[in-house]
Design a protein around this ligand. Structure first.
Ligand code: ATP
Length: 407
């Protein structure tokens, strides 16, 4: 059977994956055999998410009612019911429901009624606390399929430490990444010299190591020196797989969905207030504004180096009418041409415009010219993929270290 859980946490604490890790142990102690422990991330633009829109699914063999009652008990003990936005959902299904619901939850928006209809059709045991919104994530988790997958080892703190500063030795995290990269990734951001895998929120997670197999994340974990943990769990996940992205076209993007979109650069990108970089793309006569926000740091330099005529595939979420960039593929680079007033052939000073469509005039000697000076600058960038740094990476974004994705 498949046990799905979601929406047990609040900004003040708890974490659905911690609750899942506790349940895995409780199921084992009850003599049940756990086959798979799965952590899925759903639509990163879902309006009621607490942090990373995570839900869990545990595949286990045993008595359905006993599993349901163990899981219900843990939800009641651990979920943060005080928060209005915490509406836990628990599902125990004997068969995986149609994965279409998982894809919808990862790429689009779902309703509680849709989740309930699926669960009723499947004859699943389920319970939604408060408004029951967590049934969406719990149902998506049990319906999930992982055509591409990665792993994460999550280490959880002892309850006495929750809410206090985390004690994780910085140098050991850098050493763990150095010893296991590219098989693990995003534990640190080397360019910015910061640790990425240790959260700063008051939840039970101490750190999470992401990688290509359970062996690699475990190997990296062994090198990390930190406070004593309560429990540690390796999850198979859809993180780093681009499961949220669908192919889209400029002019037909929908709010809150995430896309891969082809287009051509219209104007030189502009850096606005706060260091956010705006890029305008077009396809035929339709236009799309894309943003590389300040936290994407050095990625903005790539975007700034684009010029009109460059052709791209851009990836990211479409929110408030703009596409927030996660990565781009530069397909072809245009010539970077600059059109200026020419140098006066007679006296060598730079001429100025003589007026609209009137050519150029030398203010020094009065000479005239019709032709502007056109120069071509060498391009500072090359074709290929470029991505935001680990500090700005979304859980679902496939990092380039995992290998080239099809452009
Ligand atoms: P954490 O990652 O720390 O567990 P969270 O970010 O997962 O927290 P939740 O507390 O689970 O946040 O809140 C997300 C809520 O949104 C859940 O109730 C979930 O069922 C619901 N939800 C998830 N995906 C969608 C979707 N695509 N459409 C509508 N609701 C969704």
């Amino acid at each position: 059977m498949f046990i799905g859980i979601d929406d047990t946490d609040s900004p003040a604490g708890m974490c659905t994956t911690y609750l899942g890790a506790r349940l895995i142990r409780a199921l084992g102690q009850a003599g049940m055999r756990v086959f798979e422990t799965r952590l899925v991330r759903l639509n990163p633009n879902a309006p009621f998410k607490t942090r990373g829109n995570a839900a869990v699914c545990i595949e286990v063999e045993g008595d359905r009612d006993e599993a349901f009652s163990l899981a219900s008990g843990l939800v009641e003990d651990l979920a943060d019911f005080s928060c209005t936005n915490t509406n836990p959902g628990l599902v125990v299904a004997e068969h995986r429901p149609d994965p279409a619901f998982y894809w919808k939850a990862a790429q689009d928006f779902c309703t509680i009624e849709e989740a309930r209809a699926i669960l009723d059709r499947e004859g699943a045991l389920y319970r939604g606390w408060k408004n029951g919104r967590g049934l969406i994530g719990a149902t998506a988790a049990v319906a999930s399929v992982l055509p591409d997958r990665t792993w994460e080892l999550l280490a959880y703190r002892r309850a006495a430490s929750w809410g206090t500063p985390r004690d994780v030795e910085r140098a050991s995290v850098f050493a763990a990444e150095a010893a296991t990269w590219p098989h693990t990734w995003d534990s640190v951001d080397r360019t910015q010299d910061v640790v990425v895998c240790v959260p700063h929120t008051p939840d039970p997670a101490l750190f999470g190591i992401r990688g290509e197999s359970p062996e690699w994340v475990t190997r990296a974990r062994a090198l990390i020196r930190a406070e004593e943990t309560e429990i540690e769990q390796v999850w198979v996940t859809n993180q780093g797989t681009d499961a949220h992205l669908v192919n889209g076209r400029i002019g037909s993007l929908l709010e809150g969905r995430s896309y891969r979109v082809p287009g051509r650069v219209v104007e030189r990108p502009v850096t606005g207030e706060g260091g956010h970089v705006m890029l305008v793309m077009e396809e035929e006569d339709r236009r799309l504004t894309c943003m590389a926000f300040e936290p994407t740091k050095g990625f903005r330099d790539i975007v700034r180096a684009l010029v009109p005529g460059d052709t791209l595939l851009v990836c990211g979420s479409y929110k408030n009418g703009t596409l927030n960039l996660e990565k781009i593929h530069i397909d072809a680079l245009a010539e970077d041409t600059m059109v200026r007033s020419p140098i006066c052939p007679d006296c060598g000073t730079r001429m100025t415009s003589a007026g609209k469509e009137k050519g150029y005039k030398c203010r020094t000697c009065g000479a005239r010219s019709q032709e502007p000076e056109i120069s071509t600058r060498p391009r500072a960038i090359q074709t290929g993929w470029f991505e935001v740094p680990p500090t700005a990476r979304r859980h679902l974004s496939r990092p380039l270290v995992r290998g080239d994705v099809q452009a």
